[in-house]
Design a protein around this ligand. Structure first.
Ligand SMILES: Cc1cc2nc3c(=O)[nH]c(=O)nc-3n(C[C@H](O)[C@H](O)[C@H](O)COP(=O)(O)O)c2cc1C
Length: 184
């Protein structure tokens, strides 16, 4: 798939199934992520791959965090948290590693991570796989951050769910450029 086609046809897929991207596909997608614009080349990112049985451990972590916040969770709510990471065969956690730099505020480092994630999603799509970028309260919960090994200068930019689209890919809504772009 050529670059412009990949950029203009990528859509998020909530329903993801096996197979997960192979290690070659994943490696190419990480190479694309590592080409993100990066002020002063701080390399303010790192990634965790969660697959197979590790997804169950992540679900247990989500449940523990949910119960910390609300010990009265119903059985249905508990099961939902436990099964959240099983929505795809693979998850990549994108992490901003904020570096101290006199010229690059942390917001720029978060922006760089966002650009990296977008490169990653497009590269996954270009190779025939599908993805969904998710966040929510789980990216901020202390218990989850600690168990994933994040340091105090690190934050989660997203849980990227990865796999094969279970349904026919959604057609992207083509927006009208002039609604968003003006001459100044
Ligand atoms: C930083 C970020 C966080 C997101 N978090 C969620 C989320 O937690 N749940 C969700 O349903 N969509 C989330 N989205 C949106 C989806 O990933 C997706 O972009 C959106 O559904 C639009 O679909 P499209 O990518 O096919 O245009 C998030 C997007 C971004 C950029």
């Amino acid at each position: 798939m050529d670059a412009l086609t990949a950029l203009t046809t990528r859509t998020s897929q909530g329903a993801l199934t096996e197979p997960a991207p192979s290690s070659d596909v994943l490696n190419t997608a990480f190479q694309a992520a590592l080409r993100a614009p990066d002020h002063r080349l701080l390399r303010p990112w790192r990634y965790l791959i969660i697959e197979g049985e590790a997804r169950q451990r992540l679900g247990e972590l989500f449940l523990q965090a949910g119960l910390q916040d609300n010990p009265a969770l119903t059985e249905v709510e508990q099961q939902r948290l436990l099964k959240m990471p099983l929505r795809a065969p693979m998850i990549v956690v994108a992490i901003t590693v904020a570096k101290d730099d006199p010229k690059v505020p942390s917001v720029e480092q978060v922006l760089s991570t966002g650009a990296a994630v977008q490169n990653f999603l497009v590269a996954i799509h270009a190779q025939g796989f599908a993805s969904m970028w998710r966040t929510g309260w789980v990216v901020e919960h202390k218990h989850i951050l600690q168990a994933l090994g994040l340091l105090t200068n690190e934050s989660i930019a997203g849980f990227i769910y990865l796999g094969t689209a279970a349904n026919a890919p959604r057609q992207p809504t083509l927006l009208t450029v002039s609604d968003f772009v003006q001459q100044w």
